[in-house]
Design a protein around this ligand. Structure first.
Ligand code: NAI
Length: 308
């Protein structure tokens, strides 16, 4: 199993590290545009192998896509990350050019690959990769909901004063502060609805804290987060590589599901060896449906700025 990660920055390197530590891939190739950067990150990570007990071979290259040939899964994290006070949408102009070029180089070397898009604004970048590569829709997947759901569970566990492993919850919709739809109605603690434990006001607070989860970290760190994004991507890569059929909320191309089409947005999906193997349609309340529809409108507005 060969995995390429383009962008050896904060998220790309974290993702490569988690993939290696889980020890399911034979090879991870890091690619960056900065001279020597991917090679350096790869060497540093390889020097953790004997300490962390993994056999995955990590290599790096400055833009030589020949080294990525035959990748089963490619992850795109290349581009600019937001700074405090910025929205993800402000990255569109610069990241669109980078993502489009990178996707073309990856597909040229690995025509059968599955691509996971991370660069922001992620739903729009995922749509761009669909349009620019023409790959089958199951093979292009955006990562956002897996991270947002992890942040939702963190906030729920905090409010419930419960262990995170006892908490379940999911965030669908666009990967943006306004567009996220945390499904508080369906969140559970040991299968019991969280509304049994938390007041409506507290749940609303959890929802708001989840939506600004990325912005809160950007304010603290001065740049966007990397551990949880890297872990979220590695979880999706593992589900595909090991054909686990786990459900992740992913940005997927919709063709009528949830009454939406012609965009990529976060919905629950079964991930396995074919990428997105099934989009799961859950019964949403009227309020949740409205929130998803308005999130989709915002994503479509962003998509209108793209050229293919
Ligand atoms: P970073 O700045 O640490 O790393 C980005 C890397 O991309 C840099 O090393 C840069 O040299 C490289 N790069 C730029 N152009 C390139 C090209 N043409 N080819 C190859 N490499 C190139 O940024 P970070 O924090 O790793 O974030 C990466 C992207 O992921 C950003 O767009 C950020 O907004 C996004 N992100 C998305 C998340 C999600 O949930 N979808 C979560 C966190 C970040």
């Amino acid at each position: 199993m060969k995995v390429t990660v383009v962008g050896a920055g904060a998220v790309g390197a974290s993702c490569a590290e988690y993939i290696a530590i889980k020890n399911f891939a034979s090879e991870v190739v890091l690619v960056d545009i900065k001279e020597g950067f991917a090679e350096g990150k790869a060497m540093d990570l390889m020097q953790t192998a004997s300490l962390n007990g993994f056999d995955t071979k990590i290599t790096g290259t400055t833009g030589d896509y020949g080294k990525t040939a035959g990748s089963d899964i490619c992850v795109i994290t290349s581009g600019i990350a937001r700074k405090p006070g910025m929205s993800r949408d402000e990255l569109l102009g610069i990241n669109a050019g980078i993502v489009k070029t990178v996707a073309a180089s990856l597909v040229e070397q690995s025509p059968n690959t599955i691509i996971i898009v991370v660069s922001n604004p992620m739903d729009t970048m995922t749509y761009l990769v669909h349009k620019a590569t023409g790959l089958p829709k199951n093979r292009i997947i955006g990562m956002g909901g897996a991270l947002d759901s992890a942040r939702f569970k963190y906030r729920l566990a905090e409010a419930l004063e419960a262990p995170i492993s006892d908490v379940d919850g999911m965030v669908i919709g666009g990967h943006s502060d306004k567009g996220m739809v945390p499904l508080t109605r369906l969140a559970t603690r040991n299968s019991v609805p969280v509304s049994e434990f938390l007041s409506e006001e507290r749940l609303e607070q959890v929802k708001q804290d989840t939506k600004v989860g990325g912005a809160t970290l950007t304010g603290l760190l001065g740049t966007s987060a990397w551990y949880a994004p890297g872990a979220a991507v590695s979880g999706m890569v593992q589900a595909i590589a090991c054909d686990t059929k786990k459900i992740f909320p992913c940005s997927a191309l919709l063709e009528g599901e949830y009454g939406l089409s012609g965009l990529c947005i976060g919905v629950p999906a079964v991930l396995g060896k074919n990428g997105i193997e099934k989009i799961v349609e859950i019964n949403l309340s009227t309020e949740e449906k409205e929130a998803l529809t308005s999130s989709a409108e915002a994503v479509k507005n962003n998509n209108a700025a793209l050229t293919f």
